[in-house]
Design a protein. Sequence first.
Length: 127
Amino acid sequence: MSYVINENDVEAKDLPGRSLKWLVTPDMKQAEGLTFNVVIIEPGNTVKPAHSHKNHEELIYIVSGAGEAYIDGDVYDVSAGSAVLFSKGSVHMVRNSGSEAMKVACFFTPAATLDDYSFHEEIEFPA
């Protein structure tokens, strides 16, 4: 079992508004209570659709870049070094409003997959 995973060795999934790499998943068995992915959001892009996680907390950490986080109708400025908690059930999304790619590290507890997302297509990021 490998405990060192380099994101350059993980295949990216292209999803609306971002490129996503899962580094720790339930299938990998490295961790019992969490999962972890890294997303790249290009300038002007928004992670879509708005979504929530009924049974999971998500903590994101902005590694580089700048933008905004939408949480339950409120918008917060975020930049490199910002940590943002999306509590269970909160509707959220992230937008890159900067001029460079935004790299975001995403931690979930308990362990989550894309199947655990609830989508809220009716919600748009405020202008």
